[in-house]
Design a protein around this ligand. Structure first.
Ligand code: ADP
Length: 474
């Protein structure tokens, strides 16, 4: 791969700005790079470029756009080593997980190259003699995306791939903590033959200011955001002025229920994934582990022994399964949650301490109650807090007792219960007997305060298209 780009990418040009900001390596705390710092003017320039590039990009055939997406996908495979290493450097996750993320990201380009070919309209039997009632799916126009640091490549792919597939142009503001993977994607787009101005990337240390430009500009017709609920709500309000199409993937507070008829070994394995993937720093991370009383002790014993085998260290080190948290703020939040649980009488069975720098020990806490902070906000760390319940109804009620509604997981073997619980959980996504649900083929998204819209699957195209109805007279 060419040298990693540190400059903004606007209108097909790499732009060095006067001021720059630092990107840190979460494993060492050392400075990794200095990246161009886009201001409002550069963000506006990016919208100009996307706006100018729109007519020609949307008038290409879906087949032409699909072949470019397939090239982006192929470049992911060719450069997997470099992309994964870069991702681990700036984000911290173990290299094997970074590779998995690059493959997951590549999967979106592959999937939407295909789905873009199937952005079908329809003909509807007309109630008026001699008339034809037709629908078309058309690109929404210039799209903007604001993405988080926890999946620096995949969260971009999930938005960029469908946008490009249907003929939208794109302005991306990546997280200030992980802009390098975003710039690497801009490089891939350039190398794959994406025309100038179709994809623009504006890294910035001033998210609010650049966000304001993207939300206020009436030429931006869609905004797709993945991040915290608090910022999502601000963006929702900010988009009202221009009535943009919005996709919001916000915070979760995922319950993980273990019923008394569950296969406990399978449940522990599922939880290890749902809890520890990306160090617990995912919006679908199991945050509240609800265990039916009869199996509580056996489950916790098995879980403790699995957690004790986790190897903590820098993501690039061989054999490491838990990398650093993203930064000191993340550690402070985890510490606050653990302290609060301890103060309120929960028992720390394993871990419960920071290991220096941005590393935190895999932790098991029993006796958590719904009054504690860790049951009410995402801990975003390797902390498994266990609550107990007695009946199925009580378990489901506890699971639903949150304004968030992104993902939920449960383990049970009774078929009637499996369907009952899956239907009763107030979330957008359910893992019934699995701890890993993310895939490009399935619709990802939440209900309640966890967001609007769906990404991935055939439904992911809807965020980037408008349905137009045409009535042709006789
Ligand atoms: P987290 O707390 O997980 O970092 P954030 O919601 O703060 O989640 O960040 C997600 C994305 O939203 C990042 O790209 C960040 O820069 C961006 N962001 C944060 N605040 C704002 C804002 N006021 N306007 C626009 N984007 C923002």
């Amino acid at each position: 791969m060419k040298d990693i780009e540190h400059r903004a990418y606007v209108g097909g040009e790499w732009i060095a700005t006067a001021s720059r900001f630092d990107v840190m390596d979460p494993a060492s705390g050392a400075r990794l790079a200095e990246v161009s710092d886009a201001d409002a003017a550069l963000a506006r320039q990016a919208v100009d470029a996307a706006h100018d590039a729109l007519p020609s990009w949307r008038s290409r055939t879906a087949h032409e756009r699909a072949s470019i997406l397939r090239r982006i996908r192929a470049l992911h495979a060719e450069r997997e080593d470099e992309l994964a290493t870069l991702l681990t450097r700036e984000q911290g996750k173990p290299l094997a997980e970074a590779r998995a993320e690059i493959r997951y990201a590549a999967g979106f380009y592959e999937w939407f190259a295909e789905e873009g070919l199937r952005a079908y309209g329809e003909t509807i039997p007309s109630p008026f003699p001699g008339h034809r009632v037709l629908t078309f799916r058309q690109p929404v126009g210039v799209g903007a995306a604001i993405t988080p640091w926890n999946f620096p490549s995949a969260m971009i792919a999930r938005k960029l791939a469908p946008a490009l597939a249907v003929g939208c142009t794109f302005v991306l503001k990546p997280s200030e903590l992980t802009p390098l993977s975003a710039l690497a994607i801009a490089q891939l787009c350039e190398d794959a033959g994406v025309p100038k101005g179709v994809v623009n990337v504006v890294p910035t240390s001033d998210a609010a200011r650049v966000g304001e430009v993207l939300t206020a500009d009436s030429r931006v017709r869609a905004l797709s955001f993945t991040g915290s609920t608090a910022v999502g709500k601000q963006l929702y309000a900010a988009c009202a002025g221009t009535v943009k199409k919005l996709a919001l993937e916000l915070g979760g507070n995922a319950p993980f229920l273990v019923f008394d008829d569950a296969d406990l070994d399978a449940a522990v394995d599922g939880l290890m994934v749902a809890k520890l993937r990306n160090g617990g720093q995912t919006c679908v991370a199991a945050n509240r582990i609800l265990v039916q009383r009869a199996v509580h002790d056996a489950f916790c014993e098995k879980l403790a022994s699995k957690l004790a085998q986790v190897r903590v260290g820098p993501g690039l080190e061989e054999g490491v399964t838990l990398g650093p948290m993203i930064d000191a703020r993340a550690i402070a939040k985890i510490e606050a949650h653990v302290e609060d649980a301890r103060d309120q009488g929960a028992k720390v069975v394993l871990g419960g301490k920071s290991l220096g720098g941005s590393f935190y020990a895999p932790t098991l806490i029993t006796g958590v109650t719904s009054q504690m902070q860790m049951a009410n906000a995402e801990t975003f760390g390797p902390v498994a807090g266990i609550l107990t319940f007695d009946t199925e109804e009580e378990g489901v009620a506890l699971a639903n007792d949150t304004p968030a509604g992104l993902a939920a997981y449960f383990y049970a073997r009774d078929v009637g219960r499996v369907f009952r619980v899956a239907e009763a959980l107030e979330v957008g996504m359910v893992g019934a007997g699995t701890g890993l649900i993310s895939t490009p083929v399935a619709p990802f998204g939440g209900v309640k305060e966890s967001g609007l819209g769906r990404e991935g699957s055939k439904h992911g195209l809807e965020e980037w298209t408008e349905l137009k109805y045409v009535c042709v007279g006789p």
